[in-house]
Design a protein around this ligand. Sequence first.
Ligand code: PEP
Length: 255
Amino acid sequence: MNTAKRRTVIAGNWKMNFTPSEAKAFIEEIKPMVAGKDNCDIVFCAPFVSIAAAMEAAKGSNIKIGAENVHFEDHGAFTGEVSAKMLKEIGVEYVLVGHSERRQYFGETDETVNLRTKAALAAGMKVILCLGEVKEQRLSGITDEVVGMQTKLDLAGISVEDLKNVIIAYEPVWAIGTGLTATPEQAEETCAVIRRVVASLYGDDAAEAMTIQYGGSMNDKNAAELLAKTNVDGGLIGGASLVAEKFTAIVDAAQ
Ligand code: PEP
């Protein structure tokens, strides 16, 4: 991990877990465990209804709370959606965009991922932009092309200035929630590919400054090896973000 040039970010994705009271209890439990661990940013992305309770519990700590999705319009006839303006008003700093579960189950495309990213950035939030190949693509040897194309499409029209508020989470879809983890070498190689594509679009300085996380069954056992890689600047963590000891061990691995 190249901490000299970029900030390490350890982010949890709670998915559809933790009611408001459970979110509050979890943050209260983990707050003292990660206190003073300032070599990385610590973020938990919560279900919409649990954001306020998590934010309240996190007050005065080094924990930041994010959302798991955002719509691209400000307001209007989009039943069930939540806008960037709404999230911003309650103090949300981070938002996940393009998670593979959104792409797989809710019809998210690179075009809508791009629109959502732009809306969140325009509202002044930081985006954790998720992308990655499915198993068949890796087995066919086209991972680099797939993540390269996603990077280009998902960042289309985003300025170099706004790019400073974008974190890319490289998440091989075959590794998410499966217990299968990319090897540190695979994570390093593909994060480096993404960084090269960012460099081709925005220049070397912008690419070197960008935080690129790995996600996909990262846990307390494998985090140190993954985070030791030069191009892996943090983690996006699902399952292990629901267990305070496991998540804290990942934060420790990033120190
Ligand atoms: C995720 O939800 O982004 C994720 C990486 O999940 P898990 O850590 O459970 O594989």
